[in-house]
Design a binder for this molecule. Structure first.
Ligand code: C2O
Length: 550
């Protein structure tokens, strides 16, 4: 077994975008951050040293962390933050996963600039189940704020109003020419004709589900969230924050007299056409190395991709339904065929009352909130995993997270009169190996919206999805128990539902939350406590000695 060592020095770095220079939090001065490369089965050891004034915590998004929950990273869930001047060594083994994942800060809004890719290659001498690519290229979609993002979210928390949206979207940190003085900050993908490239697309944006497309080129989806899928062709990829999608790009057989726009644009909040919320880059063909004429890109024809219209929920539903597990003998779909516990969670926005001394700026001293089953999650000030492990949950969390919404209503119709949420640090406790079925229903209490729900510590199988209200009588009979996609983040469709199954075979405390950072900040999050099993390999070992304490 190979061990891969990395050192992440968290430090400030001046970066210029959109004509302005600001100091951002980075890993080793890089933005986007460094790439982690490992093979399936490797141990990865990353020493994170905090040289900035912020509290830090890093999450390895999608890594299953089997019996290594202490390395998962969400602040106040599995660990307390790494304080300024302190360090913590994340130590985990990649078991049964290969593909693209990513890492990001998991505290406040620091992931805006603290993120990077994780590339997990198959075990040595094990081929991909698709043609071996000529080259592999990470494509990290992100957002850029001119302002300091910590100031943006702190202001929103203080006022109870929505935070400012970003000033630009980015491809590998670059907004591209549709933005002010950004032409030189344009991502360029230089390719050779007649080759296959593997694009490892990661949506690291804070608050936007994105369309991604390359003009006049078909993308061949082969993997999602580090799980191979049945390949399918598409011109446009839809990807929620948190998700990763690997696509093969086959270049044209002879060098075309053209260059092609690579575009990334928000799905729910985007405009009807290209504007400064669209990040664009260029796909350019390299001239043959033996030609001595200098390439002149100015004479080239420019092609632009066609993207769906703003909030095209039909496209979104159809696209998401294309994902299927390989479900073959090499990669069987190991989903629970039966269910021990069924949960029905509503996810959506609401409002909460602010206390007298808070002076929130919503009507009648209220603030925007977000909730699951009407519970807006309150972050504890000690880590849940420590409290659970050392049997000190009293005063930290309660185990009464509701399995069903407190009252029934037409979830995608007229909102109920009372749209107040309750708040608390509530969890669900699951015995080891519980087979869980979870239906997530979007509500339109304050507008229907997609919610990319991300579960830590597990992959789940998406067995069903649909528009409108989930029908417990009719919909389960249509569940796909044969080749459902296996993912760590599922888009709950705007005005619809999604049904998931997972086996709770990983002891620990596992966060589940909307990966739109603003919704997480508003409370759209909860945690599952998975108890130890009886067997020797069914227990969470004690924490490492350098685990940051609160
Ligand atoms: Cu990608 Cu809880 O996070």
């Amino acid at each position: 077994r190979t061990t891969r060592h990395y050192k992440f020095n968290i430090k400030m770095q001046n970066v210029t975008r959109l004509c302005q220079t600001k100091s951002i939090v980075t890993v080793n001065g890089q933005f986007p951050g460094p790439r982690i490369i490992a093979r399936e089965g490797d141990r990865v050891v990353i020493k994170v040293v905090n040289h900035v004034k912020y509290n830090i915590s890093i999450h390895w998004h999608g890594i299953r962390q089997i019996r290594s929950g202490w390395a998962d990273g969400p602040a106040y869930i599995t660990q307390c933050p790494i304080l300024p001047g302190q360090s913590y060594v994340y130590n985990f083994t990649i078991i049964g996963q290969r593909g693209t994942l990513w890492w990001h800060a998991h505290i406040s809004w620091l992931r805006a600039t603290l993120h990077g890719s994780i590339v997990i290659l198959p075990k040595r001498h094990v081929p991909y189940p698709f043609p071996h690519p000529f080259k592999e290229v990470p494509i990290v979609l992100g957002e850029w704020w001119k302002a300091d993002t910590e100031a943006v979210i702190n202001q929103a928390i203080k006022t109870g109003l929505a935070p400012n949206t970003s000033d630009a979207h980015t491809i590998n940190g670059l907004p591209g020419p549709l933005n002010n003085c950004s032409a030189k900050d344009t991502f360029k993908l230089k390719v050779q004709p007649g080759k296959t490239y593997l694009l490892r697309i990661i949506n690291a944006a804070l608050n936007d589900e994105m369309f991604f497309s390359i003009a006049n080129h078909t993308l061949h989806v082969v993997e999602a969230d580090a799980v191979y899928v049945k390949p399918f062709r598409t011109n446009i990829v839809l990807i929620t924050p948190g998700q990763t999608t690997n696509v093969l790009l086959k270049t044209k057989s002879i060098t075309p007299n053209a260059k092609f726009i690579i575009a990334s644009r928000p799905y729910a909040t985007g405009p009807a056409s290209f504007d400064n919320t669209t990040a664009i880059g260029f796909l350019e063909y390299k001239k043959h190395s033996h030609s001595n004429t200098k390439p002149n890109n100015n004479n080239l024809k420019l092609f632009k991709p066609a993207l769906p219209k703003f909030n095209d929920t039909v496209f979104a539903m159809n696209f998401n339904k294309k994902f299927r597990s390989l479900a073959n003998s090499r990669f069987p779909a190991k989903l629970p065929k039966t269910v021990d516990r069924h949960f029905f969670f509503t996810v959506g926005l609401g409002i909460s009352q602010c206390s007298k001394n808070q002076a929130c700026q919503g009507p009648n001293n209220t603030r925007v909130a977000a909730a699951i089953n009407n519970v807006s999650f309150v972050m504890p000030n000690t880590a849940l995993l420590q409290a659970h492990f050392f049997n000190k949950s009293k005063g930290v969390f309660t185990t009464d997270f509701p399995s069903n919404p407190p009252f029934k209503f037409n979830y995608t119709g007229t909102p109920p009169k009372n749209i107040m949420v309750t708040s608390g640090t509530k969890v669900v406790v699951l015995p080891y190996n519980t087979k869980v079925e979870l239906v997530l229903q979007d509500t339109s209490i304050i507008g229907a919206e997609s919610h990319p729900l991300h579960l830590h510590g597990f992959n789940f199988f998406i067995v069903g999805q649909g528009n409108g209200n989930f029908d417990p009588k009719k919909d389960p009979s249509k569940f796909n128990l044969v080749d459902p996609p296996e993912r760590n983040t599922a888009g709950v469709p705007s005005g619809g539902w999604v049904a998931l199954r997972f086996l709770a075979d990983n002891p620990g405390v596992w966060f589940m939350h909307c990966h739109l950072e603003v919704h997480t900040s508003w409370g759209l999050k909860m945690a599952w406590v998975v108890q130890d099993g009886k067997g020797r390999n069914q227990k969470l070992p004690p924490p490492p000695s350098d685990l940051p304490k609160c």
